[in-house]
Design a protein around this ligand. Structure first.
Ligand code: SAM
Length: 255
């Protein structure tokens, strides 16, 4: 795991081409995964939502468009936040322009009081932090009782065929695309590498449960390369033993 400063400066460097690279790298299918993450956050008109490691704001804007009362996007890269704020100014949806705020903040020391949010999302972000269990403890700290905690992340698929595709795509195609589109092969070599050590879904569920998040379940997307975990903070201090189920595998189709 590289040092946080290196991750931060890498995202500052690639921020200008990050969105384009994402669309090319995922062939646009990521939009579908992001919409699923926002549905899992169960937004209603009174929801105060936090999108941690928000980057250029894809999920942050979707949370506002889904009807949240207020959404904060937090990230430690000023470069990524600059891109998010630029997008916000020209955003076609008034909710994204008026109900979203972007703040600099570290996922491991969130600059918010306890019990501040009804929904907390993190997409393609938590694999980059130095201490994943601590990040989930922070999400649990700033969430209110009953808050939804949602994590969208790349993971290594189970099937041999999908694994073969994953290796070729992430080890060869993504670094080559990164060199051309982002002019930063190193960043797009690190990003795939970081997915390989990320905990598999059952382990991630354990980490979330250990942080005090209940009712954790997950769904797979993209033929098993993306896992969407969601859970809820208990309403009472003594929650039931958490239960988890893998509901179904969903193979990605066109976005
Ligand atoms: C791969 S990008 C994902 C951005 C966005 N959530 C998305 O789905 O496109 C990872 C983001 O996590 C941020 N990040 C990594 N470690 C962080 C930390 N410890 N605290 C806050 N942000 C962090 C990076 O700056 C970057 O913007």
């Amino acid at each position: 795991m590289p040092r946080a400063e290196d991750v931060q400066s890498m995202f500052n460097r690639i921020s200008g081409r990050y969105d384009l690279m994402n669309r090319v790298m995922t062939l646009g299918i990521d939009k579908r995964w992001r919409n699923a993450a926002v549905r899992a956050a169960r937004i209603d008109p009174s929801t105060r939502a936090l999108d941690v490691c928000c980057g250029t704001g894809d999920i942050t804007f979707l949370l506002a468009e889904a009807g949240a009362e207020h959404v904060i996007g937090a990230d430690f890269s000023e470069g990524m936040l600059d891109q998010a704020r630029k997008r916000q100014k020209g955003h076609r949806d008034p909710a994204a322009r008026t109900r979203v705020e972007f703040l600099q903040g570290d996922a491991l020391r969130l600059p918010f009081d306890d019990n501040s949010f009804d929904a907390i999302t993190v997409s393609f972000g938590v694999r980059n932090v130095e201490d994943i269990p601590l990040a989930f403890r922070e999400f649990a700290r700033v969430g209110r009782p009953g808050a939804r905690i949602v994590c969208l992340e790349i993971t290594r698929p189970k099937s041999k065929v999908a694994n073969g595709f994953y290796d070729v795509w992430f080890d060869r195609v993504v670094p080559a695309l990164g060199a051309v589109i982002s002019r930063d092969r190193a960043a797009y070599t690190y990003l795939p590498e970081s997915t390989k050590t990320f905990p598999r879904p059952p382990k991630l569920r354990e980490i979330m449960q250990a942080a005090g998040i209940g009712d954790v379940s997950w769904k797979m997307y993209g033929g098993g390369i993306v896992a969407l975990h969601s859970g809820v903070l208990p309403l009472s201090p003594a929650p039931e033993a958490p239960r988890a189920t893998e509901q179904r595998d969903e193979v990605a189709g066109p976005a």
